[in-house]
Design a protein around this ligand. Structure first.
Ligand code: 8GP
Length: 812
């Protein structure tokens, strides 16, 4: 790895670079130019290793994995790359001498919001771990021109603004014009005899779109591995435009250009709701076809001309079903371009592909209407039709007369393409993302498939990059850990367990207290600067940050706060530990109840923060535009981690792990990875409440829960619900009718009211625990010590060993 010798060398290079790049004296640079200059300097440092890494993979003919994901939520790269090349201090000091503060430069980078939430951020942590572990693995996604919307709160309500993150350019990407490929849409596809007794496919009259890759380096931590995240952009070629011009008029040509560019223009701001339709399907195939074509081309040019050994050198992972078209696309290439028979093509495809499921919410299960699919992807449709025919024949042979079975596992049914079924059938491995989630997949969501292929199903509990979420986000804590147990945990996060020995060490706990205080102060200063609000750093910082969804139950949290507020009004002398409740997160633009919950939080926040009789006991804030960068400020400052989804609904959660890593205590249901956090730290060090997943399931199946009954019998609940619609929240009558209806008329699908009392108890419990501050700090230490298990390094090692069969590559 190339490095700057010292700050003097840094300054020399910086001055030279900025002269060339900006034709300016260093003193005249604007902060964004400083950021870009440093970014280009880092690119210089890593460029040799980037080339070398790729060469080495080819020379050693190692098996490589390609991680396909429609979302990659990278976060800013300047600081993480500086940390990876171990040059943060040199850069900081060099910039300081030149009159710049690195911390003021870092926010100049626009946070690339190429994802909605958990699934997208997981992909980024995985890319980080692959490089850190020297594993040959790359990402594949779309270079959206506009990332997830910027959220503003106006009159308490979410407003979505476009995120034009590329306006100032993106210094980390490299456009690879020579690696472009064509992706074909629409036209006609049919089978005809090939003259040798077989059928061959004819595909004609299609439109082709140029897919151009933009590569972003994924820099390994303190090693010389640099993997690649390849982001595809849809472009038109001059030839294609001329072709359209030749056929029609100029408007036609404009429309063609526009339609092509539309493919990679927007990230769909959907989280667990199905929408987007035609364009979304185009995006999925665009990414898949471009990615797979470039992998096959690379394989044939650099590894072997024999396509039959493809599976020995290539693994492809599909992050949920959005990239599931990898399966028919591989089949298409193997058969139409490589001339393989169906059976051989199928064997290679299933050998290569593995699938992770991230959600069991029925509305998030992707299905495409067959007419739309056929029109847009006629060749791919033929493959799926044939696959479905063969598969159902097998199923019917095994289960004669059992049409229900066929229906349960069909890819094509009810005029729809069922993407999860395609993904399962075409993969040699299917995994969930936490123990409980993988169990639910086997027992219910994908049970029919589990009984056909039990050996394919496995669990890979999620993890998060401790480099971004601890070393980078909370350097104070990282240093404290170093001082206690040495710094080997930075490369081996499992060593954090040695901290357990310090959970009873008063001096250590005092320092831990100091660190938390510093982090709370940093957050408080940010809030003061951005919102002109003073928050009390002696209060408990209780934080819920994640996408807004009814199943995540931000509503439960805010109803409890409202209840606490009314209790304080009634009894101003009530002895409670002062609380600061913080919320952050975006709601899908079309998700009414989620947006209304945001509004409710803001209305309650205004009411409570404006009530001066509370003597600082309670404060509520909604922080705008939650994204990776804001998350980096929030996790380190948290005392309490709100993980309160309806049990059985949250596949894993990863925020829960980031909180734990930063010493917050989990207040959660037995859902997703909370179950494993609880298992790691025990009842003494987290607070669990609410229905268990099997109880929730029983109610769904057998009934027996009526939210109206609770409304009638529980006076607190009745009062809270009444206030949602009687105008007493100062926001007009019926302001929150939709939420009221979801809780009562729709019988509280997510058991908010059912779990309400249990949640209130849990909140009291948190208060009591916090009062015994020494014990609280002990719990905090235990959580940090046990968070090593939740590093994505552990997760990625498991994927590498059990699913991809890839090994670390040492440089020679
Ligand atoms: C999320 C799950 O909701 C979360 O529990 C899990 O931790 C995370 O994936 C990573 O595994 N799922 C999604 O973000 C998701 O399904 N997004 C698709 C709808 C876009």
């Amino acid at each position: 790895m190339k490095k700057w010798k010292d700050k003097e060398e840094f300054k020399k290079i910086f001055i030279r670079k900025s002269h060339v790049a900006w034709e300016k004296d260093v003193r005249d640079l604007i902060p964004n130019e400083v950021y870009q200059t440093v970014a280009f300097m880092i690119r210089d440092l890593i460029s040799e290793d980037w080339i070398k890494t790729n060469k080495m993979y080819v020379e050693k003919k190692v098996k490589q994995v390609y991680y396909f994901s429609i979302e990659f939520l990278l976060g800013r790269l300047l600081q993480s790359n500086l940390i990876s090349v171990d040059m943060e201090t040199v850069c900081r000091e060099g910039l300081h001498d030149l009159g710049w503060d690195l911390d003021a430069i870092i926010p100049e980078e626009r946070d690339p919001g190429l994802g909605n939430g958990g699934l997208g951020r997981l992909a980024a942590c995985f890319a980080d771990s692959l490089a850190a572990l020297r594993l040959p693995g790359h990402g594949c996604s779309i270079r959206y021109q506009y990332g997830l919307f910027n959220q503003r709160i106006v009159d308490g309500q979410q407003v979505e603004l476009p995120d034009n993150w590329l306006v100032d350019g993106y210094p980390w990407e490299v456009k690879k014009v020579d690696k472009a490929v064509n992706v074909c849409f629409s036209g006609n596809a049919y089978m005809r005899p090939d003259g040798e007794g077989n059928l061959e496919c004819v595909y004609e009259n299609y439109h082709s779109v140029r897919a151009v890759p933009y590569d972003v380096p994924m820099v390994g931590y303190h090693n010389d591995t640099v993997n690649t995240l390849r982001l595809w952009r849809a472009e038109y070629t001059r030839e294609d435009v001329y072709r359209v011009l030749a056929k029609g008029n100029r408007h036609e040509a404009f429309r063609y250009k526009d339609n092509v560019q539309l493919i990679s223009r927007f990230l769909y701001p959907e989280d667990s709701t199905e929408e987007g339709r035609r364009l979304r399907l185009m995006q999925e195939y665009f990414m898949v076809s471009a990615g797979v074509q470039s992998i096959v081309r690379h394989f044939k040019q650099k590894i072997s001309p024999n396509i039959k050994v493809f599976g020995h050198y290539v693994a492809i992972h599909i992050n949920d079903t959005h990239p599931a078209l990898v399966i028919p696309e591989l089949m298409r290439i193997f058969m139409d371009e490589e001339g393989l028979p169906w059976e051989t093509a199928w064997d290679i495809t299933t050998e290569v592909v593995a699938y992770t499921n991230h959600t069991i919410l029925p509305e998030a299960m992707e299905r495409w209407s067959i007419p739309l699919f056929k029109e847009l992807l006629p060749r791919i449709y033929l493959v799926i039709e044939e696959l479905n025919k063969r598969w159902l024949q097998q199923v019917r042979n095994k289960n004669p007369g059992d049409e229900a079975k066929a229906r349960e596992v069909a890819i094509l049914w009810d005029n729809q393409v069922h993407m999860a079924h395609l993904a399962v059938l075409g993969s040699h491995s299917i995994n969930g993302v936490a123990e409980i989630h993988s169990q639910i997949l086997k027992e219910s969501t994908l049970h029919a498939f589990y009984s056909c292929f039990p050996e394919r199903f496995n669990n890979k509990t999620n993890g998060v990059s401790h480099r971004r979420w601890l070393i980078q986000s909370n350097p104070q804590l990282a240093q404290l850990i170093d001082s206690a147990i040495g710094n080997t945990w930075r490369k081996h996060p499992e060593h954090m367990i040695h901290l357990s020995a310090y959970a009873a060490d008063t001096a250590f706990l005092e320092q831990l207290d100091q660190v938390k205080r510093i982090r709370k102060n940093i957050l408080a200063s940010y809030i003061k600067a951005e919102y002109d609000q003073q928050i009390d750093t002696d209060s408990v910082f209780d934080i819920q940050i994640k996408r807004f969804h009814l199943y995540k139950r931000q509503l439960l949290n805010i109803l409890h706060i409202l209840n606490l507020y009314y209790a304080l009004k009634e009894n101003p002398n009530m002895d409670i530990v002062p609380r600061t409740y913080l919320f952050g997160g975006k709601a899908a633009a079309g998700y009414g109840e989620a947006k209304m919950t945001i509004k409710l939080i803001n209305v309650v926040s205004k009411m409570i923060n404006g009530d001066h009789c509370l003597e600082g006991k309670l404060k509520v804030l909604f922080l705008e535009n939650y994204n990776v960068s804001l998350a980096q400020l929030l996790f380190p400052a948290a005392d309490v981690s709100e993980q309160i989804s309806t049990a059985g609904k949250e596949a894993s959660g990863t925020g829960n792990m980031k909180f734990m890593m930063n010493g917050a205590i989990t207040l959660g249901t037995m859902d997703g990875a909370n179950v494993e956090i609880h298992h790691e730290v025990g009842d003494d060090n987290c607070v669990i409440f609410g229905l268990r997943a099997d109880e929730v399931m029983k109610y769904y199946v057998h009934g027996g829960y009526s939210s109206w009954d609770l409304y009638r019998t529980n006076e607190h609940i009745r009062m809270l619900l009444t206030h949602l619609v009687d105008g007493s929240l100062g926001n007009g009558n019926y302001a929150f009718q939709m939420l009221y209806d979801s809780l009562l008329d729709r019988n509280d699908e997510y058991f908010v009211l059912k779990d309400f009392d249990s949640y209130c108890e849990a909140q009291k419990n948190i208060g009591c625990r916090y009062q015994n501050h020494y014990k609280w700090l002990q719990s905090s230490a235990v959580n940090i010590a046990h968070s090593g298990f939740f590093s994505s390094d552990r997760t990625i090692r498991q994927y590498a060993r059990d699913i991809w069969h890839i090994k670390p590559v040492e440089s020679t």
